[in-house]
Design a protein around this ligand. Structure first.
Ligand SMILES: *Cc1c(COP(=O)(O)O)cnc(C)c1O
Length: 430
């Protein structure tokens, strides 16, 4: 397929990055299950290693199946390039890696996936990096938190788990004014519901484990670059703007222009950190993305029905779903994710912690798992699982208080899901 900017999302989710296989004509993207690639001759090998010619060397760096997925996700997000990784958490480290150095920090939203809070507040300290958490609805606090050592601003478009929508444009403007890139985790929205680059994001990260794959089969992640950030505008990003000692003094920005960040991610990030996606995982995710828009429409339709039913139920204290008119973020949906607020939300059960545990144990269609974005409906009691490492204050700030459960609404029959919730709530609150 030629690159037609006029193609719609439904066409691109099937065709972007995929061409009939040059060797066999295979219509579907083959799974290139190989570690290495034969060089034509010594000169070709040297050109590849010098990054003078784009090609395949070794599958820790690049692989044709993974490359097709990278191109597809980059296209759907409106970016210039993407690097796929072994998981969403790997993608987050890979996203920060070219930007950070010991002593540098990332300013992150308080409303994040629990695993990201732990990764940012604890694990990245081992690299000498740190994170400052602020409420991204308080733009003055965000501005105040950004200091001379800040190298990125990080948030989720639709924040997991609380049904919070970030005002991406406002946050991007603050990051821009400070000369640092905005990284948006778009996992729970997907590019079908939200395109952060169009709202000013520099980089987009994904856990492809979730909606992009969509069937709960493989873990994966992706970092997409908008190609719009001027890495040479200050001396803050020497890995991209100055001679990079890890690649015999190559100046990535001068050499690769808008593709500098993506090339750095492959040539240094994947080469030295090795958080590579394997071609089998890329295959499952390519298959999933082919139906992304169809699934997301159904996820959203079901989520709206179920959230409304729950909100009207006397056994429920509150529902935090931005697709409900009662949500303080309902108006933001129209600008940030006009096709819907996703299918992930929380609700509070009267009866608190114990009732939540009983509810989770009584459901039949909903599975009790630490995952989201599957075709199947999923539920988790965050306070006793994904968010149990956090303090009660952090739990509450993240929308995961003890009386709250999180659901990821699947694409089954909405009436069956409602009946299941009804019988389980009866047992939980009797
Ligand atoms: C799951 C998830 C991650 C981490 O992704 P993995 O693939 O599990 O490593 C990051 N951010 C969000 C919003 C997620 O839902």
């Amino acid at each position: 397929m030629t690159d037609g900017p006029s193609y719609g999302f439904d066409t691109l989710q099937i065709h972007a990055g995929a061409r009939p296989d040059p060797a066999t004509g295979a219509r579907q993207v083959p799974i290139y299950q190989t570690t290495a690639y034969v060089f034509r001759d010594a000169e070709h090998a040297a050109a590849l290693f010098n990054l003078q010619e784009v090609g395949y060397i070794y599958s820790r760096l690049t692989n044709p199946t993974v490359a097709a997925l990278q191109e597809r996700i980059a296209t759907l997000e409106g970016g210039v390039g993407a690097v796929c990784c072994s998981s969403g958490h790997a993608a987050q480290i890979m996203a920060l890696f070219p930007l950070m150095a010991p002593g540098r920090n990332v300013v992150a939203s308080t409303r994040l996936y629990g695993g990201t809070v732990t990764q940012f507040s604890q694990t990245i300290k081992r690299f000498g990096w740190s994170a400052k958490f602020v409420d991204f609805d308080d733009l003055d606090a965000l501005k105040a938190a950004i200091d001379d050592d800040t190298r990125a601003v990080f948030c989720e478009a639709i924040a997991n788990p609380g049904g919070y929508i970030t005002d991406l444009r406002a946050v991007a403007d603050v990051a821009d004014a400070a000369g640092v890139p905005l990284i948006v985790d778009n996992t729970t929205a997907t590019p079908y519901l939200c395109r952060p680059i169009a709202h000013g994001a520099t980089l987009v990260v994904h856990s492809t484990t979730k909606y992009l794959t969509g069937n709960g089969t493989v873990t994966g992640g992706c970092v997409v670059d908008s190609g719009t950030f001027d890495w040479s505008a200050s001396d803050k990003f020497p890995s991209l703007s100055a001679p990079e000692p890890a690649y015999h003094g190559l100046r990535f920005h001068e050499t690769f222009g808008p593709l500098a960040y993506t090339f750095h991610g492959i040539a240094i990030g994947l080469r030295d950190l090795g958080m590579t996606m394997n071609p089998q995982a890329a295959h499952y995710t390519l298959m999933g993305i082919e139906t992304l828009s169809l699934r997301m429409d159904r996820h959203v339709e079901n989520a709206v029905k179920i959230a409304k039913w729950l909100e009207a139920d006397p056994r429920i204290d509150f529902v935090t779903y931005a697709g409900l008119e009662s949500s303080p973020y309902f108006d933001r949906v129209k600008t940030v994710c006009p096709k819907g607020a996703g299918a992930l939300f929380t609700f509070a059960v009267k009866g608190g912690y114990d009732a939540c545990i009983k509810l989770v144990d009584s459901l039949e269609i909903f599975s009790h798992v630490a995952n989201l974005g599957d075709t199947r409906s999923l539920i988790i009691h965050s306070a006793s699982t994904t968010h149990r490492q956090l303090t009660p204050e952090q739990q509450k700030a993240a929308g995961a208080a003890p009386n709250v459960v999180r659901v990821s609404i699947g694409i089954e029959d909405a009436d069956d899901l409602i009946a299941d919730l009804d019988q389980a709530l009866a047992r939980a609150t009797q």
